[in-house]
Design a protein around this ligand. Structure first.
Ligand SMILES: [Zn+2]
Length: 304
């Protein structure tokens, strides 16, 4: 069977963090490339990591066609798009998927970050054929790949994606935090709270069960593991997970491989090493033996 290739171009959360402290894992923000056999590249999120990927794609002889899936529109997931060179190349064809916000459509959300106030060139300057496709919770098919999309527990509208090709599945959940009563605490803005409730209706009364079902049996789970538990306690409702949750959910979902993702900008390489070691230890404690590593810029995984 032809392998699926997964390559990590950006693994950091929140803001790019170049410098000697992060050189081993990398400082670019979220961007993952999925290569299914015989299909144009799927690119998940357009953080600063997409810039180098764009240069790589332009090295091929044929015009670039790519499917881009945005989890949500916080800066660290879209800030690389204005620097994605294939977008400025005529003959390129980009199909950008993401979820409309209630009052703003996807194409406007993307073009707003290139408003002249923020950026010298506008989205109209993109010479590529750029299409926008709205996605919400549901099941989609692109080039014969099944894509399940589900809202995650993160401020705003944030999708997790499950890509399935010939019985092999990759789940990408970049920004997500545990379900617990704390998200209903009074300090949460009432309007925001209402929108969270709307989004999670489909989880019915056991929200975590919906997440476990979504990741169930996946060959690869890429999951937000931004914090140590003691850090998370001070940042409940910020929309990110302690590594302990990533491990526990991986065990509950019986996934076959866990990649820790969306590293905290304040974590140096040693901190990410520690999170990796503790995650592996926790898997041992659960008696659940699967590969587990922290995402690293340039890392490739082949799924056979
Ligand atoms: Zn993020």
């Amino acid at each position: 069977m032809n392998p699926i290739k997964i390559k990590f171009w950006g693994v950091r959360g929140s803001i790019p963090t170049p410098g000697p402290r992060t050189v081993r894992y990398g400082g670019n923000t979220s961007c993952v490339e999925l290569r299914f056999p015989g299909v144009p590249p799927f690119i998940v999120d357009a953080g600063s990591g997409i810039r180098e990927l764009g240069k790589e794609l332009l090295r091929q002889d044929t015009p670039v066609k790519a499917y881009i899936f945005l989890s949500h529109f916080h800066w660290d997931h879209i800030q690389g798009l204005p620097f994605f060179k294939p977008a400025f190349q005529s003959g390129s064809h980009l199909i950008i998927h993401g979820c409309d916000e209630p009052d703003v459509e996807l194409n406007n959300i993307i073009s707003m970050q290139m408003d002249p106030i923020y950026f010298p060139i506008t989205i109209e300057d993109m010479a590529a054929d750029v299409e926008f496709k709205n996605m919400s919770e549901g099941i989609y098919s692109v080039e014969g790949i099944r894509i399940d999309a589900k809202f995650m527990h993160h401020p705003g509208y944030t999708l997790g994606y499950r890509f399935t090709y010939q019985d092999r599945s990759i789940v990408y959940i970049c920004d997500n935090e545990p379900f617990n009563k704390d998200w209903e605490k009074p300090s949460v803005d009432p309007q925001h709270k209402a929108s969270l409730k709307d989004r999670f209706e489909s989880y019915v009364d056991d929200k975590e069960a919906g997440l476990v079902e979504f990741i169930s049996g996946a060959d690869l789970l890429i999951h937000d593991s931004q914090y140590f538990p003691e850090e998370y306690q001070k940042r409940v409702s910020w929309g990110h997970s302690p590594f302990t949750y990533s491990v526990d959910i991986a065990v509950k979902g019986r996934v076959k491989h866990l990649v820790l993702f969306h590293h905290d900008p304040d974590h140096d390489d040693e901190a990410v090493d520690r999170i990796t070691w503790l995650s592996r230890q926790r898997l041992v404690d659960h008696g659940y033996k699967i590969p587990c590593e922290a995402a690293r810029e340039g890392m490739e995984i082949l799924l056979r």
